[in-house]
Design a binder for this molecule. Structure first.
Ligand code: SF4
Length: 224
């Protein structure tokens, strides 16, 4: 990673704590009421803006409420309802397959174990962690999304670029109490200050003008 500086663990932990305090009201961003809703919304959200996912799900959740409803859905009808999200055809197939497994193997209940969730089509560690945390309050890891990848590199929290390796590295030293919210904290900081193309380092609470000066970026960073 060009120009990358890894923070020492003490400073990295301090940077995370400051961001957690600053964005302490951060919450998961997709609308859902049940674990099945969440599973479906999370599958739909891959490479799709949250606003688009949230605009599609109200009608969807009205029509399909249970794993059995999705398992028995006609692929064309389901795909039509979600046609505003990217890769809607493949996502419709994944949802139907995942819900068929849930119906047959888990009596219609979204599983509560990481290894069981990872068997479902369309579900990787990010989605599995998201479901465990937000549907069941089970914190096993950190959902590593694009913001976590980007900010971990910029701030020097992880030298890795693979999401699973980033998760392993971050969970090795960040206090467990921060795991459940760190993804949403990073997302808020990314949207507000550490923007994708042009981070506003001069206004950042861990940036060059702050009293902490923890982030190794000098204010002219463009991207990771
Ligand atoms: S100093 Fe700049 S690059 Fe570092 S976290 Fe703040 S905005 Fe992002």
């Amino acid at each position: 990673m060009k120009g990358f500086t890894l923070l020492d663990r003490g400073k990295a932990r301090q940077a995370v704590e400051l961001l957690e305090q600053e964005y302490k009201d951060s919450k998961y961003y997709l609308n859902f009421k049940t674990p099945i809703d969440l599973l479906v919304a999370a599958i739909l959200s891959a490479q799709t803006r949250d606003e688009v996912t949230n605009s599609v799900t109200p009608e969807l959740f009205k029509k399909y409420k249970t794993a059995s409803d999705y398992a028995n859905a006609k692929p064309d009808e389901l795909a039509k309802l979600i046609s505003r999200v990217t890769f809607f055809g493949n996502k419709a197939k994944s949802i139907i397959k995942a819900c068929t497994i849930i119906n047959e193997k888990y009596k219609g209940q979204v599983p509560r174990k990481m290894e069981e969730l990872l068997e479902l089509p369309g579900v990787g560690r990010k989605t599995a962690n998201t479901i465990l945390i937000n549907a069941y309050g089970i914190v096993e890891g950190i959902p590593v999304d694009t913001w976590v990848i980007k900010l971990s590199g910029r701030i020097g929290l992880s030298k890795e670029s693979d999401p699973d390796k980033i998760e392993t590295e971050l969970t090795s030293y960040i206090d467990r109490k921060y795991w459940k919210n760190i993804t949403y904290v990073f997302k808020n900081h990314g949207k507000k200050i550490c923007q994708s193309q042009t981070p506003v380092c001069s206004k950042c609470l861990i940036g060059p003008n702050s009293s902490h000066r923890l982030c190794p970026q000098n204010g002219v960073s463009k991207s990771k």
